[in-house]
Design a protein around this ligand. Structure first.
Ligand SMILES: Nc1nc2c(ncn2[C@@H]2O[C@H](COP(=O)(O)OP(=O)(O)OP(=O)(O)O)[C@@H](O)[C@H]2O)c(=O)[nH]1
Ligand SMILES: [Mg+2]
Ligand SMILES: [Zn+2]
Length: 298
């Protein structure tokens, strides 16, 4: 598994064993194929892991899940952020910077479209009194966990246990701080990458770190915008198994937003699902409104 990427060098662990860390380059025949943290790769050559040894990545395994984003909503060039993660921790500070529902909605859309389970992780609990920020997601069955410096780690660890989890969020929300608490020897575990320090430094690269109890967390650099140009409304609905079948009955080109845009949307014919449909339509709206997501400072 790829655990780090840095200027044409990929850190990989053999057999998923954190102790068997090697550095590899991309074999010429792979061209510009993206290779990202979380990818399962085949490596050949010097697998000793000795200093200055360099292996070659000759194949990238098919991804079970994929977190993608584009620079903005009109950018056709999509980049793969993380491969094979089962969960996406959407890390949001309750203050400094102030939380935005639009960010969470867009990250949820990207998670559902890529096959990841989204979880809302709230930090800086110590800076903000109880907030009802999370209640906006009540009808979406979104798991919520507190991951601030004063919050106990057990609930976080219970969710991460033996899974591959990617953390994303704005710069400064506390992703690396949380990772450093979860993986006390994070620095040593990935000597070949910088960026994970004492939580004070802005991360510049994604890095996967092994959890003491099993499983991996992927710390990623703060994102400014999270373009969703590659995602369609149908991709999002497909993630909700209770609604996915219904849209077969929608007219062609239905965007599932309901009247007035989609007066014949089949989601409006589901008794008892009104609130859930409404909540999911808020996600669909996030697909086309990036501005609510971006911070003024960006
Ligand atoms: N008060 C308070 N400060 C926190 C908390 N979590 C993190 N911080 C502080 O917030 C700042 C940014 O934390 P980082 O962990 O570097 O943030 P990050 O999300 O990794 O940022 P990028 O790497 O730039 O994406 C640091 O000064 C941390 O000490 C928290 O729960 N409460
Ligand atoms: Mg960081
Ligand atoms: Zn529809």
């Amino acid at each position: 598994m790829v655990v780090s990427v840095d200027r044409g060098r990929w850190g990989c662990v053999l057999g998923g064993d954190p102790e068997r860390l090697i550095v590899a380059m991309r074999a010429r025949e792979l061209g510009r194929t993206p290779i990202v943290v979380g990818d399962q790769v085949d490596v050949v050559g010097d697998l000793s892991g000795k200093p200055d040894s360099l292996a070659r990545i000759v194949r990238v395994g098919e991804r079970r899940t994929v977190l993608r984003r584009t620079a903005d909503d009109t950018d056709p060039f999509e980049r793969v952020v993380v491969g094979n993660a089962e969960q996406l921790f959407i890390v949001v500070a309750l203050a400094d910077p102030p939380p935005r529902t639009g960010f969470v909605e867009r990250a949820m859309v990207a998670a559902y479209a890529g096959g990841l389970q989204p979880i809302l992780c709230l930090t800086k609990h110590d800076l903000a009194a109880e907030s009802d920020f999370a209640s906006a997601f009540d009808d979406l069955d979104l798991t919520i966990v507190y991951g601030g410096v004063d919050d106990p780690l057990e609930p976080v660890n219970a969710l991460l246990d033996h899974k591959l989890t990617a953390l994303i969020g704005h710069s400064g929300v506390g992703k690396s701080t949380l990772v450093n608490r979860l993986v006390p020897d994070a620095d040593r575990a990935v000597g070949i990458v910088s960026g994970v320090g004492k939580g004070r430094h802005t991360s510049t690269q994604s890095v996967a770190l092994p959890l003491p109890a099993g499983g991996w967390v992927i710390d990623t650099p703060g994102v400014r915008s999270f373009g969703l140009a590659h995602i369609t409304p149908d991709d999002v609905i497909a993630a909700f198994t209770d609604l996915a079948d219904a849209i077969q009955d929608c007219p062609r080109g239905c965007t599932h937003l309901g009247p007035p845009a989609d007066p014949e949307c089949a989601l409006d014919q589901l008794p008892g699902k009104e609130r859930r449909v409404e909540a999911i339509r808020i996600l669909l709206t996030a697909l086309t409104s990036n501005e609510s997501w971006q911070r003024p400072a960006d």
